[in-house]
Design a protein around this ligand. Structure first.
Ligand code: BG6
Length: 476
């Protein structure tokens, strides 16, 4: 038996996002979200963003895994695993169907009351993301998404409404999920999902995205401040996609390139955690000729809205090499395969040590508590003849990452407060819209085309994770 030590009260659990599992896309007064206009793709085939909902297309998020009707059964399974917390998001469109209304939709608010009560019944702490790739589509069509400053107020109204409503039920909040994904603005998917941006032909993509990001950072800071006024016990975090970048070699050019790539993460985290843009960010605007409008008072708002902790996702690491002759594509032009590590079926490079490294660099830079709110292994699961799914590959992935997290805590002194396995129940993949890219410890009978009974069953990893939690990480 291993003798890993995790702090008392460590928040073990699972994570999901509303649009990837709830379904019920037009039930209970819910409006159309950006996830509702995205079709399914696959590895190497991009999801399409359609102009509204169009006949003849399959939209996997419309039904998800029907958590909207099944949440009681699913929460009971999470409780069986012993979850201490459960991370999900509040679908903005259940509360403000179009986004610009003055009054919220009571039926939507009631749904989350019921869900949180169900969790609390089992002493499972809800951990809530306010914006997880699911803003109202109406805000995209009528306002241009977060490129429009008015979205700050719409988001703040939404956040204030739910924070007031759930002030005694929810303590842990996060503002914008993986806000830094959109640093890869050459890809349409990320700016659309992060900020509701659809580009015009003549847009300067970089300028549009960094302006939208500024609006989100201001919105986030306002929400942190308001949230603390609503309940001083709230812990409000940011949420960063942490893919650490390694230099391909000790060539100083590789090292400097690595530093620049890492700024695509620090740019956001610096503002969230330090309350101001780094000098390199301002230099970048200047160098690239970006006109980012910062209104009077914005800098003060950023300063007053620093987060309490850093939520992060960690799946993989990446490596960059300067002076490459052939470049993969614009967004990832300097990226190369790391010869020291293997990759998943979707090309995600598996690197548990990279998690320890990431926790260290984050903690050294900000000295804020860290909450790993996503880590997991997307794989194709096979049902054996006895009906069981022996997902030992998933157990191996999770075990190796938990071991490295333990080292970060006990050998390096990093303050990690929790760990939630991404997609603890099978759900719709964000990147590809597939069902077959499964992360769950609970299997859901549904395929890529939407066929299946939606029945739930336990995989091998279910009991394994239960023991991990039961032993507070001693038994891996
Ligand atoms: C993160 C997101 O990017 O990774 C999740 O916050 C997403 O929404 C997860 O599902 C895994 O990515 P994917 O593309 O495999 O679903």
């Amino acid at each position: 038996m291993m003798s890993n030590k995790f702090p008392e009260g460590f928040l073990w659990g699972g994570a999901v996002a509303a649009h990837q599992l709830e379904g019920g896309w037009n039930e209970g007064g819910k409006g159309i979200s950006i996830a509702d206009v995205m079709t399914a793709g696959s590895h190497g085939v991009k999801r399409k963003i359609t102009d509204g909902i169009q006949d003849g297309n399959y939209y996997p998020n419309h039904t998800g895994i029907d958590f909207y009707s099944n949440y009681k059964e699913d929460v009971a399974l999470f409780a069986q695993m012993g979850f201490k917390c459960f991370r999900t998001s509040i679908a903005w469109t259940r509360i403000f169907p179009k986004g610009d209304e003055l009054e919220p939709n009571e039926e939507g608010l009631k749904f989350y009351d019921n869900l949180f009560d169900e969790l609390l019944k089992y002493k499972i702490e809800p951990v809530i993301t306010l914006s997880h790739f699911e803003m109202p589509y109406h805000l995209v069509k009528e306002y241009g998404g977060f490129r429009n400053r008015q979205c700050i107020d719409f988001f703040v109204r939404f956040a204030e409404t739910v924070m007031k409503r759930y002030k005694d039920k929810v303590k842990y909040w996060m503002t914008f999920n993986e806000i830094n994904n959109q640093a890869d603005f050459e890809e349409d998917l990320f700016p659309f999902c992060n900020s509701g941006i659809i580009f015009n032909e003549d847009d300067n993509r970089e300028e549009v995205v960094y302006q939208a990001v500024h609006h989100e950072l201001v919105a986030s800071a306002k929400v942190v401040k308001i949230g603390h006024e609503i309940n001083p016990d709230f812990k409000i975090g940011c949420m960063m996609a942490m893919v650490p970048i390694y230099p391909y070699s000790c060539d100083p050019e590789d090292m400097m390139l690595c530093e620049e790539e890492m700024r695509k993460r620090w740019y956001y985290a610096d503002v969230h955690c330090r309350g101001a843009y780094g000098n390199y960010a301002k230099k970048m605007w200047e160098r690239n000729g970006l006109n980012i409008v910062i209104e009077p008072g914005d800098e003060q708002i950023l300063k007053e809205g620093k987060v309490d902790y850093i939520g992060l996702s960690y799946y993989m690491s990446a490596a960059v090499k300067a002076n490459l002759e052939t470049k993969a594509n614009e967004a990832f032009k300097n990226f190369v395969k790391n010869p020291f590590i293997k990759a998943s079926d979707w090309g995600w490079q598996i690197d548990p040590v990279g998690l320890r490294y990431t926790l260290n660099i984050l903690y050294d830079r900000y000295q804020l508590p860290l909450f790993i709110v996503e880590n997991g292994f997307g794989a194709i699961d096979q049902i054996s003849e006895d009906g069981m799914i022996y997902d030992d590959y998933r157990i191996t992935y999770l075990r190796n990452h938990i071991e490295e997290m333990e080292k970060a805590i006990n050998l390096d002194g990093v303050n990690v407060i929790g760990y939630t396995v991404w997609g603890c129940i099978d759900l719709i993949s964000f990147g590809t819209g597939e069902m077959k890219k499964r992360y769950g410890m609970i299997y859901v009978d549904r395929d890529n085309e939407g066929n299946g009974t939606l029945a739930r069953s336990k995989k091998l990893s279910f009991d394994w994770y239960k023991k991990v939690i039961e032993s507070n990480g001693q038994q891996l």
